[in-house]
Write a protein that binds this ligand. Structure first.
Ligand code: TA6
Length: 309
């Protein structure tokens, strides 16, 4: 089983527009798709679609929190979201023919020290039945900036594999506790090392530095160009087939969900990278965030090329 942790959950609202956004005007949304969001809940939906048992956890509150849990019920996602007093946020993804995807991410509500401590006390039980734990996204205001490091340590002490998918200081702090896998993108690599990345060779060089700190699997998502995987077996580059992307929001989360499944099933590096790129590419072809069509996946999977470099 896979437990996904989303401390800053969100009601994700995807607005499809017929025309390009014109700021300062009144625009009508052609279609609105709501989903239980926050990176970890996208991960949970993907892992379930892949056929794994999941438990979606994290924190939510207020009317939005109840709505979010009702959407998880509709998705058939087992959940134990720890209740907080504040109102769960919303994140807006505007899809328009000219600019593609523009996201507006609310910061999230304030969480008290008592609420944080309550979550930490519940955490061991939330992961008890899982082999893999994913920890994703931003954290609400008021939470300790080292919360991810504390969760990673608890999960590893319990013998779990841990995937950390976050950015900035949360990633830098979490790295110190050696999660099993991380999935930084180019920008996050540049921020971590304070450098500029100009080539795939640069990306590999810095991914190896991260692997040398004890991270078993370092995945660098390269967007439409696929992904790199650095692990003890070597360096692998996966090339995604060219696709007609419909909604790229959440594709990084889809990759995390697929790798969580691959870790649980003990796939080889080649199998895992092929699987994850196929899932992420398929999810970009779905209008729904954190979703993919298994038939599309089957078609895409055979077109993914993975080579050891
Ligand atoms: O990666 C996409 C997404 O999960 C959106 O669905 C939205 O919830 C956003 O990211 C949240 O990002 P954050 O970094 O604030 O957790």
């Amino acid at each position: 089983m896979i437990t996904t942790i989303t401390l800053n959950a969100s009601i994700d609202k995807a607005y499809s527009m017929k025309e390009a956004i014109v700021n300062g005007t009144v625009m009508r949304v052609a279609e609105c798709r709501n989903s239980a969001g926050g990176k970890g809940l996208n991960v949970a939906r993907i892992a379930k679609t892949c056929g794994s048992r999941v438990l979606a956890s994290g924190m939510c509150g207020g009317f939005n929190g109840e709505y979010l849990k009702s959407m998880l019920d509709q998705d058939g996602i087992p959940h134990r979201m720890i209740r907080i007093a504040g109102e769960t946020r919303s994140c807006i993804n505007i899809l328009d023919p000219k600019y593609g995807s523009t996201e507006y991410l609310e910061p999230g509500t304030m969480v008290t020290a008592q609420e944080e401590q309550h979550f930490l006390e519940q955490f061991p039980e939330l992961i008890a039945d899982s082999r893999v734990v994913t920890i994703s996204g931003s954290i609400p205001k008021g939470m300790s900036r080292d919360i991810y490091g504390r969760l990673i340590r608890l999960a590893k002490e319990a013998g779990k594999k841990v995937i950390l998918d976050t950015s900035g200081d949360l990633l830098a702090e979490g790295l110190k506790f050696q999660p099993t896998m991380i999935k930084p993108n180019r920008d996050e690599i540049e921020a971590l090392f304070g450098i500029e990345v100009h080539s795939t060779e640069d990306v590999i060089e810095y991914a190896k530095k991260l692997a040398d700190t004890g991270i078993e699997y370092v995945v660098i998502s390269l967007g439409k160009d696929g992904a790199l995987l650095v692990c003890k077996e070597g360096v692998y580059q996966g090339i995604a087939p060219s696709i007609q992307a419909v909604n790229t929001v959440g594709c990084g989360d889809s990759m995390v969900g697929a790798f969580a499944v691959a870790l649980e099933r003990e796939y080889s590096p080649e199998q895992a990278l092929t699987y994850a790129i196929a899932v992420a590419s398929s999810s970009a072809m779905s209008p729904n965030t954190g979703d993919f069509d298994p038939e599309v996946f089957q078609r895409i999977h055979d077109q993914v090329v993975v080579k050891k470099i």
